[in-house]
Design a protein around this ligand. Structure first.
Ligand code: FAD
Length: 517
């Protein structure tokens, strides 16, 4: 009995010592960080901006924010934390533009690296036969577009919104209406420079350190911090013909979308929108789009219905306007939309690509940009999209108010299955994006609670109906859920984590691995 008591007392003393040691280490961290030989600096106060993101639902204050001036600042900081070993609780999150929606770029009492302080590097263009640009991963896509256009070039694959960083979108995938043709942004990058979770700076590509290259693409920031990227470019068009047509039957809409993404001669951008119970949807478009048949369009009544809008663009240069008009006419003649709902517009390439920024400015002026964004993004196998639409549109989701709900198919053949990105089964899958925003003080249908319940019901429906859905920009709270998400790819993901960030220092906001466990 005495021996047992002795062992217990000894264990308590040892545990207390370990805790005191960790706490001691923790309290001495700011001074150890300040002592690092950096060109940039740490801030320990006024870091509120790094405690939030675009989703506006999570708030975790970091211990410090690193404002790096060079890649070596990032490497020195991570190496320092790596050398502290597993007992230190410090984690590191790269913060691109902070446009995640579920705290993915936050680090509770850890270090946030404010990647945007790196942005000073000049972009290096190669304008040869296979053009590309070398950029800092902290660069915003909008700036890359502006600079590329000076050389008559542009990246091939986009996101709908361009005020996001290269590192942020490459850590996810970067999907938009060009993905059916060019693949996502992660299929359009040749080389990366990465700082691993051990503080090593590594150049990687398909040929050199290929496993790290594939790991980091779609890797949710788990294997390294991307510091530079070589992005594939193509000749940029000057103008865009922008087309919108409506369907009331989902199957017809989906059939036309799939026909278009599988055709050789087709549009340059193909997306879709679901519109539920919105009055005067066509009238809202009239400021920027012209109806092909104004008389018939004015008679079209959208009240209360569930409609599907196919959104298309065709790029062109002004000297080829007749040719592009003929091509569009020929393609549209093969589709089965409601004839009176054909709307067209003509804008510059840059105006089209930066279109969401125009909406951002409008929403900001109404105080509707910095509100909670409980988004839900799903990837759905083609064979299940009809069941999904029947179960969700107009049933679980009774109206789309002013929140866009996007839906469009992409070809799996344009994705590289060696990256960390998890793809649904089947050759074609749909991206369905519920881009909800909540009104902060509302307890009604536009309030956060209501929308979160809606998201939960949609996910439960997918599970019960066995739709084989994967979340994009996924949010889970337990490792078991992540394991299910990755499925057979989980083992590879864990192996890669052990190889490149064995102490689980990086991207704690994704909640996949916990440091020290
Ligand atoms: P952050 O939110 O800052 O970071 C995202 C994650 O990546 C975090 O885990 C972070 O730690 C990690 N990270 C950031 N930088 C690096 C780096 N350099 N190296 C390694 N890890 C890093 N996505 C699409 O695919 N298609 C769309 O059309 C699209 N439209 C959007 C429209 C809007 C208005 C918004 C707000 C988002 C949209 N997104 C879209 C989602 C967007 O691609 C992701 O949220 C992306 O992560 C945002 O980039 P960011 O620079 O803000 O990254």
């Amino acid at each position: 009995h005495n021996n047992n008591l002795f062992i217990r007392v000894l264990m308590i003393m040892l545990l207390s010592c370990a805790t005191i040691r960790v706490d001691f280490c923790f309290s001495s961290i700011p001074s150890s960080l300040k002592a690092l030989p950096l060109e940039g600096n740490f801030s320990f106060n006024e870091n509120e901006f790094a405690a939030r993101d675009y989703g506006n639902q999570y708030h975790f204050l970091p211990l410090a924010v690193l404002h790096p001036k060079s890649v070596s600042d990032i490497a020195i900081t991570i190496k320092h934390i790596w050398q502290m070993g597993p007992l230190s609780r410090l984690t590191v999150a790269a913060r691109g533009h902070g446009h995640s929606t579920r705290g993915q770029a936050l680090a509770d009492q850890g270090i946030v690296i404010n990647m945007e302080s790196l942005r000073e590097q000049k972009m290096q263009f190669n304008t040869g036969r296979f053009p590309y640009v070398d950029v800092s991963a902290s660069e915003l896509w909008i700036k890359i577009l502006h600079e590329s256009l000076k050389h008559g070039l542009a990246p091939k694959s986009w996101t709908d919104y361009l005020h996001l960083t290269v590192g942020g979108t490459l850590s996810n995938a970067g999907i938009s209406g060009q993905a059916f043709r060019h693949g996502p942004q992660i299929s359009n990058v040749h080389e990366l420079e990465v700082v691993t979770g051990k503080g090593e700076v590594v150049n990687c590509s398909d040929k050199k350190n290929a496993d790290l290259f594939q790991s980091v693409l779609g890797g949710l920031g788990q294997f390294g911090i991307i510091t530079k990227a070589r992005i594939s470019l193509e000749p940029a068009p000057k103008m865009v013909k922008w087309v919108r047509v409506l369907y009331s039957d989902f199957s017809t809409f989906a059939r036309d979308q799939e026909f278009l993404i599988s055709s050789k001669k087709t549009f340059d951008y193909i997306e879709g929108l679901v519109i539920i119970n919105r009055t005067d949807v066509l009238n809202n478009w009239r400021s920027s789009f012209s109806p092909q048949d104004p008389d018939q369009a004015s008679k079209f009544i959208s009240d209360g219905r569930t409609l599907y809008c196919l959104e298309l663009t065709k790029n062109f240069n002004p000297d080829k306007v007749d040719t592009v008009n003929q091509e569009i006419e020929s393609l549209l003649s093969k589709l089965s939309y409601i004839p009176s709902t054909l709307f067209m517009s003509e804008v510059s390439y840059i105006e089209f690509l930066d279109r969401v920024h125009t909406s951002e400015l409008k929403l900001r002026s109404k105080g509707l940009w910095d509100v909670p964004h409980p988004w839900l993004n799903l990837l759905i196998p083609r064979s299940k999209i009809k069941a999904f639409s029947q179960g969700v549109f107009g049933n679980i989701l009774k109206d789309t108010n002013s929140s866009p709900v996007l839906i469009y198919p992409v070809n799996k053949s344009k994705w590289d299955n060696r990256t960390s990105f998890v793809l649904p089964e089947e050759d074609i899958f749909y991206l369905v994006a519920f881009l909800f925003h909540a009104i902060p003080s509302s307890s009604g249908t536009d309030g956060l609670e209501h929308i979160l319940t809606l998201n939960k019901r949609i996910l439960e429906f997918c599970e019960v109906a066995h739709l084989g859905v994967k979340q994009y920009l996924a949010h889970y709270t337990t490792q078991e859920q992540w394991q299910v998400h990755f499925g057979q790819r989980w083992e590879v993901f864990v192996q890669r984590k052990l190889a490149y960030d064995p102490l689980a220092i990086l991207a704690p906001g994704q909640r996949i691995f916990q440091k020290g466990i």
